[in-house]
Structure formats: C-alpha cells, structure tokens
Design a protein around this ligand. Sequence first.
Ligand SMILES: Cc1cc2nc3c(=O)[nH]c(=O)nc-3n(C[C@H](O)[C@H](O)[C@H](O)COP(=O)(O)O)c2cc1C
Length: 184
Amino acid sequence: MKILGIDGSPRKNGNTEKLVKNILQGAEANGAKTRHYKVARMNISPCLGCMDCRESGICIHEDDMTPIYDEIQSSHAIVIGSPVYMWQVNAQTKTFLDRLVLFIKPDFSSRLNGPKGLVLAFTQGNPDAHAFKTYFDYLERLFSFLHYGVRETIVAAGTRQENDILQQADVLEKAREIGMSLTV
Ligand SMILES: Cc1cc2nc3c(=O)[nH]c(=O)nc-3n(C[C@H](O)[C@H](O)[C@H](O)COP(=O)(O)O)c2cc1C
C-alpha cells in the first residue's frame, strides 16, 4: 500500500512539511510505503485552461506534475498539506490543485483508477484552529465532488516560526494516528 504526501509549503522542514511527514510516518509504522513531494519547490506550471486533458487525460505541460499524476494513480491515499496564506491554501498548492482537473472526464466522472483516501493538512499562524473552518469544510466538499474519499482534516494552529509545531505534541500524535488509519 502506498500513501502519497503532497507538501505545498515552500519552507524547507517547516511546519507543513513536518505535519505531512508525521502523517506519512504513521502510515509507514503500519507498513505502508510513502512518497513525499515538496510541490512548492518543483517545476509545476499553472493550468492553461486549454481543456485538452478533458478528452485525452493527458496534460499539455510536460513538467514535474507528470510523474505525480502516476503517483496519484498508484496510491491508496493522498495527504495534501498547505500553509494558510491570506485565508486560503497558498499559491503553490492551488497550482497543484488546478492541475488535478486532468482527472475530471467530460461528464464529470473521474479518471482516478480506484478509491483514493484523502487527508487535508493545514498549518496557520492564527492560534484559533477554527478560524478557517468554513474554508476547510469547503475544500472537503470540493474533494468529495472530485470523487476523493475525504478521511480527515488536521490543522496545526499558531505555527509561525518553522519549529513551532514541535511544541504541539497532541497535533503531531494525531497526525501519526491519521497516518496509521490510512492503512486500514
Ligand atoms: C504570505 C503569507 C500569508 C499568510 N497568511 C496567513 C493567514 O491568512 N492566516 C494565518 O493564520 N496565517 C497566515 N500565514 C502564516 C502561515 O500560515 C503559518 O506560519 C504556517 O504555519 C507556515 O507554514 P510553513 O512553516 O510550512 O511555512 C501566512 C504566512 C505567509 C508567509
């Protein structure tokens, strides 16, 4: 079983990366193979809206997203992590999300080759973990519409300096538990 970690934070070894990796480590502890992609530091071009992929299932961009499409298809579950920038996912994560349009067929059914569990993992400077709950719920609804099996959303709040999340043992423990739950 493979679990794919998508890390939309440009900050190396920052809070989002640690949160995503804790989820992956939980999955590994239960025997899963995992892959971590720091998409914010990869060459992933914005969608051009050409809609070629709608019929063909192939994106006209040949960039670092190409192997990730295959990784998504060969994964049992996906973890998507983003820092909150301006009350939303950051631009790098949004660029990745837009490129998932390739998996939508003309009739809005899915090209995904099987059930894909999904975990959303957010970090935010605001110490109130509920501050952006409406937005996170909205993203859960988006992914349900896109035929992903949304399992859980985890939020690390009040993370400003790159190691702040290390002070949140409860969040890191919950992240590992979520990772473990993805393998069953
Ligand atoms: C450009 C920018 C915009 C941000 N906007 C918000 C925001 O709207 N709300 C919030 O709570 N935190 C905001 N933050 C703080 C980050 O979400 C927070 O520090 C996050 O944990 C950073 O993750 P990282 O350690 O992976 O970089 C912002 C940070 C940056 C750099």
